[in-house]
Design a protein around this ligand. Structure first.
Ligand SMILES: [Zn+2]
Length: 395
């Protein structure tokens, strides 16, 4: 079945100049051709989907979400009261919300009971609507460490290797390790490292041996540095928090990230409306300093992707576009840079750039249509008028 999707300009996700009067031909679940209406003709048997002047871009990729969490204050406490079945139901609802918010691929960065693996199979099998899922499953952490109530507690190198093999045997796509404490785990000390560089190195080597990449949660600079030494494929958050207080940038760690081609998946949480009041409040809070250091990290040339941490308090799954808005208004991304960071670069980080993240022939037909031009005003990314995944329209 051929579809001809017409709109305003096309942003391909790789930074090319936008194509005016865009037309995307979709054959089944794949993109067949992308161009302007002048350059391509619409086959007679194609179903035409006219999106007016809407801007067409690749479906967004959110590289850090928690589908089992409810985005409310009690997102952690409520987990303890839920069975695996209830958590699958929660995750299924959140997956649908993310898709309606223009997110066609997610990496889930920690669940309970491995339920996102079940959900992934249900979505891939066509039983439920949701984005493509790459699942980390159970997070690996220390006793009393960040997310210990969700994942596997492993302290010694030997225990950590056992934990890697356990999650791989469950079928995870990525291995998630908590390299520092975290804000959602009050006793875990968000500023300090949970593992030595040696233990993290052993974890990365074993995960790679088993064909899995590693996502490492790290807020504190001490842990960020350990991740850079160990070569965790993605460093989540990267908040540059000092050991005792404030923030501390580490140039040596950044040099290692550059040398090893590591990715930083910077999570932008909260209501994310992008209003001038909200931006002022953020820049005058402790986030102001953090965002200045992230801007510096970006300017150094580190491969940064934008993510949401959706599921944590006030961070709804349907609002990922808001993370791009804040990235532009607070963190030094250009509008095109923010789009690249949440499409083609995210796909590259996930090892899926041959399938998703760009509007090119042969890629899956994952397409977002928004009202207005996000290159002129990034807020347009939140005005969603169409979402397609595998060529099928969901919004
Ligand atoms: Zn997270």
């Amino acid at each position: 079945m051929l579809k001809a999707i017409t709109g305003g300009s096309i942003i391909n996700g790789k930074g090319a100049a936008p194509i005016p009067d865009g037309l995307i031909l979709v054959d089944g679940n794949r993109i067949q051709a992308v161009g302007s209406r002048d350059s391509l003709s619409i086959p007679r048997d194609a179903e035409v989907v006219d999106l007016g002047t809407a801007t067409l871009l690749p479906g967004l990729i959110d590289t850090h979400v928690h589908l089992v969490m409810n985005a409310r204050e009690d997102c952690v406490a409520s987990l303890a009261h839920k069975s695996a079945v209830e958590s699958v139901v929660e995750a299924a609802g959140n997956a649908r919300r993310a898709l309606r918010g223009g997110v066609t691929t997610v990496r889930d960065c920690a669940d309970v009971f491995g339920v996102t693996l079940t959900l992934k199979r249900a979505i891939d099998g066509g039983h439920l609507d949701g984005p493509r899922i790459l699942a980390c499953g159970l997070p690996i952490t220390t006793t009393a460490g960040h997310l210990n109530y969700m994942g596997i507690s492993a302290d010694s190198t030997e225990e950590v290797l056992k934990a890697v093999r356990t999650v791989v045997s469950m079928g995870v796509d990525w291995v998630k390790v908590c390299a520092t404490g975290g804000g959602l785990t009050s006793d875990s000390n968000v500023r300090r490292a949970q593992y030595s560089a040696e233990t993290l190195t052993a974890l990365v080597q074993d995960a790679h041996r088993l064909g899995r990449k590693v996502a490492a949660h790290a807020h504190g600079t001490e842990g960020i540095r350990n991740c850079a030494i160990a070569g965790t494929d993605s460093i989540e958050h990267c908040s540059w928090m000092g050991e005792e207080e404030g923030h501390r940038y580490d140039e040596a760690a950044v040099d290692l990230m550059l040398k090893k081609g590591l990715y930083v998946s910077h999570t932008i949480t909260g209501p994310r409306t992008g209003s001038s009041e909200e931006v002022d409040d953020l820049m005058n809070s402790e986030y102001g300093e953090r965002y200045a250091l992230l801007r510096r990290t970006l300017e150094e040339g580190v491969r940064m992707v934008i993510s949401s941490d959706a599921g944590v308090p006030d961070t709804r799954f349907e609002d990922f576009g808001g993370s791009l808005v804040i990235a532009v208004k607070c963190c030094g991304f250009s509008p095109m840079g923010a789009i690249i960071a949440s499409t083609s670069r995210a796909a590259e980080m996930l090892g899926m750039d041959d399938r998703v993240g760009t509007l090119e022939p042969g890629r899956f037909a994952d397409i977002l249509a928004v009202d207005g031009d996000p290159l002129q005003d990034i807020s347009a990314i939140r005005r969603i008028v169409g979402v397609f995944k595998d060529g099928r329209r969901f919004v």
